[in-house]
Design a protein around this ligand. Structure first.
Ligand code: SF4
Length: 193
């Protein structure tokens, strides 16, 4: 499976290395607050599914995280499990869904208290700088990435982050990221994880 993400890795407390900023941000918010609103659950949930989590693994992942907050297991099963099963095609119209592409993520507008969307578009400059440093972008690369983001070249900014954090060969040219699951898959392949 793509990325072949294991639930054990998600439980370790750390955000798995190589995640694009949009998903690393949601993972951090989820692990801090043990909750995400609907838009964040959809964006991260479909990504995790595309990275190879089975439906049972996804249900356990979300139930465990929400239980650390204020959502008891029976309330989780009543209120949240349906939409997870739905993404796996087990409820409703039975159509399996896959990871949102970057254009869809960029074109959503998160409201107050929501953490989905594309950080290269949504974050303030200081927050973007801090987030890039936190995922290991070298200091010299932060400014050019922030400039691309300010010029609304979000997918190019993300590609440059990919190059800076995965030591790709610069002679291969710029990368335009189009899908977060592909970003992660490629990062994992390069890292041989
Ligand atoms: Fe995520 Fe795509 Fe934005 Fe990168 S460009 S942070 S993969 S939405």
């Amino acid at each position: 499976a793509r990325g072949d993400l294991k639930r054990a890795e998600l439980r370790s407390g750390d955000v798995p290395a190589g995640m694009p900023l949009c998903m690393a941000n949601l993972m951090n918010k989820l692990k801090d607050s043990h909750h995400l609103k609907h838009g964040g659950r959809m964006q991260l949930g479909l990504f995790l599914k595309s990275c190879g989590l089975t439906m049972e693994e996804s249900l356990s992942f979300w139930r465990d995280e929400f239980q650390k907050g204020s959502v008891a297991s029976d309330r989780f099963d009543k209120q949240y499990a349906y939409s997870i099963r739905h993404t796996y095609g087990k409820e409703g119209r039975r159509k399996e869904l896959s990871c949102y592409g970057c254009m869809k993520i960029i074109n959503t507008t998160p409201g107050p208290g929501e953490h989905h969307g594309c950080p290269y578009k949504e974050f303030s400059e200081p927050r973007l700088k801090q987030s890039l440093s936190a995922i290991g972008v070298p200091a010299a690369e932060v400014a050019p990435i922030v400039s691309l983001a300010k010029e609304n070249h979000y997918q190019l900014a993300c590609g440059r982050t990919f190059m800076a954090t995965n030591q790709t060969d610069p002679s291969e040219g710029a990368i335009v990221v189009t899908n977060p699951a592909e970003y992660f898959d490629r990062a994992r392949t390069l890292r041989k994880e």
